[in-house]
Design a protein around this ligand. Structure first.
Ligand SMILES: NC(=O)c1ccc[n+]([C@@H]2O[C@H](COP(=O)([O-])OP(=O)(O)OC[C@H]3O[C@@H](n4cnc5c(N)ncnc54)[C@H](O)[C@@H]3O)[C@@H](O)[C@H]2O)c1
Length: 245
């Protein structure tokens, strides 16, 4: 039974990851959208805002007695969230840029930092998985967002590209100390989008389909398996081929 920490477990992918990871593991899920509660020996949830450095430190510190075997950084301030803010129409909004970096990059940095400080043990096999996006190192096609009330922001791409660099840095630093860091970069996941959007998006994907949560989870299953212990610092695209064009 692994002790797993999932940061970001109440969103579209997080809910699915939570369900799968709580089977036969001791799962601790922290998210700004959850409350503190002990549900069972398999599942504990926590309210945590990863922009709050002190609270992130407290969370990892309080759980330190039995270290986490696995940390998955899945939280994000997404472009859909940015679309609800006052300055959502301003594609160069500094407010949205700052907020996105705070959650998506600084938040992941804080979680990795406190994982290393309180949970990293040289004698156990540990894994850290950071969730990025195919839009980190490959630009969105801006045209498909023309008739939508959201778009894929410059802030989102910038913050998620930072995750790829951060993960590679940590991967090489801790490779000989038994903690493997890797990134997963998914394509867009089906989630009640408008039919026209699904069609336009799918046209850009070699598989001609948007992703499903189970397809993204397949990469998590691999990266937490014993068999992947020589996979270090990789950025695994689960994107139906988008980045292969
Ligand atoms: N869904 C997609 O199409 C897609 C595609 C590519 C990458 N991703 C990435 O996958 C991950 C999960 O995406 P999703 O679609 O489930 O997103 P989502 O918006 O449904 O969930 C994001 C989660 O992050 C949490 N969160 C936001 N701010 C937080 C904070 N300050 N502190 C703690 N938690 C916070 C939210 O409460 C939510 O549970 C994200 O990192 C996202 O960037 C998603």
């Amino acid at each position: 039974m692994k002790k797993i920490c999932l940061i970001g477990g109440s969103g579209v992918l997080g809910k699915y990851f939570k369900k799968k990871l709580s089977i036969n593991n001791e799962l601790h899920v922290a998210d700004i959208g959850l409350k503190d509660s002990k549900k069972s020996k398999n599942l504990n949830t926590y309210f945590l805002d990863i922009t709050n450095e002190k609270k992130v430190q407290d969370f990892f510190y309080k759980n330190r007695k039995k270290p986490f075997d696995i940390l998955i950084n899945n939280s994000a301030f997404t472009t859909e969230m940015a679309a609800k803010s006052k300055s959502s129409k301003d594609i160069f909004s500094t407010e949205i840029f700052d907020k996105t970096i705070q959650v998506n990059l600084r938040g992941v940095f804080l979680c990795c930092k406190n994982f290393i400080k309180y949970h990293h043990k040289k004698n156990i096999d540990q894994r850290v998985i950071n969730i990025s996006t195919m839009y980190a190192l490959h630009s969105p096609h801006h045209d498909i967002y023309k008739n939508e009330n959201f778009f894929s922001s410059i802030s989102y791409s910038s913050s998620k590209a930072g995750i790829v660099g951060l993960t590679k840095w940590l991967a090489t630093k801790y490779a000989t100390e038994n903690t493997n860091f890797n990134t997963i970069s998914p394509a867009g996941v089906l989630n009640n989008q408008k039919r026209t959007f699904i069609k336009n998006y799918s046209e850009l994907i070699p598989k001609k389909k948007m992703a499903k949560p189970e397809q993204i989870f397949s990469a998590i299953s691999f990266l937490i398996s014993k068999e992947s212990d020589y996979v270090v610092g990789q950025n695994i695209y689960v994107d139906g081929g988008f980045t292969s064009w």
